[in-house]
Design a protein around this ligand. Structure first.
Ligand SMILES: [Zn+2]
Length: 291
């Protein structure tokens, strides 16, 4: 089916107590692994792309790959732009065919973040595209942005209420709740009380950033509190490399490239499928046909 906007699928996920896996693609093979796993599990899925990856491949190739993969898939697939601070990049992705985008103004003072998020909101509303927006500062490394532990900052509850209130059709909201990008160095300290307060007050689905390294129990609790979108990037990157290097270690004389591509694909697809099972989205595609 054609690429879909992530808003309706995320509202369905939140209303039904499950979450949709949002994996960061690296290239065509990694995007295909995400979509193939979703098809095998009859699950809706979000393929997201970092700005750095968009700059590497260009807008049209990525949109073209995903349109083709989605068209052939019998499950809903959204193409989403992850953590974008530049409204011009956002606009170009929308023009190229992205069905969802994230504006990340979390490094800005609240009023400026709100002002620019509202510009992104107006742009996405005109285009019929879903928007994700963030407040607070999620720690760790994302693209070239490093937010060290001291600079990470939980979202302020009153600001969350005001921010989301200004964007009633926001597809997904990303308040910083203590998770971090990259591999966790210590035990993740998730502010469940803040998450619960936010979801009790606001019906919008919540995005859980920094999914790599959280325990099954942590995922279940966050999803139970209304996290409808779970982002996984770091593990996908690791398996992209390990899928290749493991086969090279096993068969050092192998020179034919296609088995390496297949090994990478399978390593990534297995992880996506496991996430889909854990997040409760397996078999949900059929429920979304009229959403
Ligand atoms: Zn993130």
């Amino acid at each position: 089916m054609p690429l879909v906007s992530m808003g309706p699928m995320l509202r369905h996920a939140r209303a039904n107590g499950y979450a949709i896996a949002a994996y960061n693609m690296i290239d065509y093979n990694s995007a295909r692994a995400i979509v193939d796993a979703a098809v095998a599990k009859a699950a809706p899925v979000i393929v997201q792309v970092s700005v750095k990856t968009v700059r590497h491949w260009g807008y049209a190739p990525i949109a073209g790959w995903l349109r083709m993969l989605a068209d052939e898939a019998p499950v809903p697939v959204a193409l989403h732009l992850d953590h974008c601070t530049d409204l011009d990049v956002l606009r170009r992705c929308i023009e190229a065919g992205w069905t969802s985008v994230m504006f990340d103004g979390s490094a800005l003072p609240f009023e400026k973040n709100l002002e620019m998020s509202l510009q992104a909101y107006a742009m996405t509303q005109r285009a019929g595209v879903g928007l994700e927006a963030e407040i607070g500062a999620i720690g760790g490394v994302e693209d070239d942005k490093v937010v060290d532990e001291d600079a990470s900052r939980l979202a302020d509850f009153d600001e969350c209420v005001r921010f989301v209130g200004e964007m009633p059709d926001l597809a997904v909201f990303a308040p910083a709740i203590g998770t971090a990008h990259g591999f966790y160095k210590g035990e993740p300290n998730i502010a469940y009380d803040l998450l619960e307060r936010i979801t009790a007050a606001l019906p919008v689905p919540i995005a859980l950033h920094g999914g790599t390294g959280l325990s099954e129990e942590q995922f279940r609790r966050c999803i139970g509190y209304g996290c409808g979108k779970v982002n996984i990037s770091t593990m996908h990157k690791r398996l992209f490399i390990e899928g290749f290097t493991r086969l090279k270690a096993e068969k050092p004389t192998l020179e034919e490239p296609l088995p390496f591509i297949a090994a990478q694909h399978n390593a990534m697809a297995e992880d996506v499928a496991a996430s889909i099972d854990l997040f409760g989205s397996a078999g949900r595609a059929a429920e979304l046909s009229d959403v």
